[in-house]
Structure formats: C-alpha cells, structure tokens
Design a protein around this ligand. Structure first.
Ligand SMILES: NC(=O)c1ccc[n+]([C@@H]2O[C@H](COP(=O)([O-])OP(=O)(O)OC[C@H]3O[C@@H](n4cnc5c(N)ncnc54)[C@H](OP(=O)(O)O)[C@@H]3O)[C@@H](O)[C@H]2O)c1
Length: 216
C-alpha cells in the first residue's frame, strides 16, 4: 500500500453500503452516483439544485445546502459512508458535526494535490496564484477531518478533466506526485473515491490521485 502505485485501487467488493454523496450534481459527483449505483450501493444523492434530482434514477435524491446542519442531518442519518465530491471547509465542518452526532464514521472528501504539493514549482506556484482562496479553504477542510474522530480519508486529485475513463489511476502518499499524469478524468476520480470509501486500509489517510502513467 505504501508509496508509488499505479493501479486500480480495488477493495474487496461484495459488501454493499448505504452511501451519501454530497455535491451529487457536480461533474465528479454525477460519476460517483452512477458508479456507486453500478456497484450496487444504496446511494443518496444530495444536491442543492432541485432540477438535478430528476437525473438520479435509482438513487434516493435529496435537495439542500450541505452547510445546513438540519438538512444534512436528515441525509446523514442511517448512512454507512459519506463521499463529499466537493471540498469546502463549511461543508467539512457541517459533516464533522452531524456525522459525529449521528454515529456515522466513514467520510471520504475530495481535495487538491496542490494543497500540499511544492513541485513542479512553476505549475504549483501558478495554480496557487490563481486558486489561493480555494486551496487555503481546502487546507482548512483537511485540518477539520484530521482533527476529528471520524474514519476520514482525504483524496487529493490532480487537474480534473472530462475525458473518457482510463479505468486506472496513479496513487501515492507523498506531498508531491511520484508519477502518473497530472490530468485525471472525473470518471476515474469517482472510481478512486468509491474504492477508498470501500477500503478500510485508507481510514485516517490522505492520498494523492492522478491519471495513470501513459505507458502502462
Ligand atoms: N476542478 C479541479 O481541477 C480539481 C482538482 C483537484 C481536486 N478537485 C476537487 O474535486 C472536487 C470536485 O470537482 P468538480 O470540478 O467535479 O466540481 P463541480 O463540478 O464544481 O461540482 C461541485 C458540486 O458541489 C456542489 N456544491 C457546492 N457547494 C455546495 C453546498 N454548500 N451544498 C451542496 N452542494 C454544493 C455544487 O453545486 P451546484 O451545482 O449547485 O453549484 C456542484 O454541483 C472539488 O470540490 C475539489 O475538492 C478539483
């Protein structure tokens, strides 16, 4: 599990779970809902756009703002895992509060590789100039999970693109990417989020996820 791995992060399947997806109408979130259903999980799709709820065939659709603790409590109750396909400190704070109260422990949250990366310097520096506020907020969100008593995982994606899935990702546990492609399809990111949620070996761990190496 340690270090530099280019693989499909497959956990042993078989056990289906009740999974709440936050940001379900987003570009990554829709893939998480679709793939989660295909894996036979019981999916609750939480989005703040009522119109999006219609497209979650096969899932239980809930509409609300994920920073609204009352709305979130209704969604979290009875779940076995939560995947937040949106990284944001206000949502992380609400999730930590509600999940702790409801006794739902497993939380997987998206974040960005750039939050911790220092290389390649030019690319990371430019990204920080452009997305300073977003990365600072993601760093706060990561800290909230790390200091919580939840069974959290933080999945730091590289640059997301809407291309066809490769069916593989590159993962590592370093601040800086140890290989792989900087471009990661949202479909592959969703696969990794589900794999991590299903696999207890990732509990209380942060990992970097990028696209697979081109020659593998
Ligand atoms: N974009 C990248 O290149 C990149 C790189 C690395 C990591 N990431 C991580 O990946 C995540 C997903 O990226 P993406 O591009 O797929 O995102 P996206 O398409 O912008 O989707 C985010 C979704 O979250 C929803 N949302 C935001 N605040 C909410 C709230 N308070 N309550 C309920 N829903 C809320 C949005 O709702 P609406 O549809 O109503 O706006 C949207 O549907 C990011 O948040 C970040 O943590 C992104």
């Amino acid at each position: 599990m340690e270090g530099d791995v280019d693989e499909i992060i497959r956990a042993p399947r078989g056990r289906t779970m009740k999974v709440l997806v936050i940001g379900a109408a987003g570009r990554t979130g829709t893939h998480v809902v679709e793939q989660g259903l295909a894996r036979k999980h019981e999916i609750t799709a939480f989005s703040r756009r009522p119109t999006a709820a219609k497209s979650f065939a096969g899932a239980r659709a809930l509409t609300g703002d994920a920073t609204d603790v009352a709305a979130l409590r209704q969604a979290v109750r009875g779940q076995e895992a939560v995947i937040s396909a949106v990284g944001c400190s206000a949502i992380a704070a609400a999730l930590v509060e509600v999940m702790s109260e409801e006794g739902v422990r497993r939380l997987v949250m998206t974040s960005s590789r750039s939050v911790v990366a220092t290389r390649p310097r030019l690319m990371v520096g430019l990204a920080w100039m452009r997305f300073r506020c977003e990365y600072a907020d993601l760093a706060r969100a990561e800290g909230m999970l790390e200091t919580s008593a939840l069974d959290w995982s933080i999945v730091r994606g590289t640059m997301l693109v809407d291309k066809p899935a490769a069916g593989r990702v590159h993962i590592d546990f370093e601040a800086n990417a140890s290989g792989g492609d900087w471009r990661l399809t949202r479909a592959d990111y969703a696969m990794a989020l589900l794999d991590v949620a299903e696999d207890p070996r990732y509990v209380r761990r942060s990992l970097g996820v990028g696209g697979p190496r081109k020659n593998t």
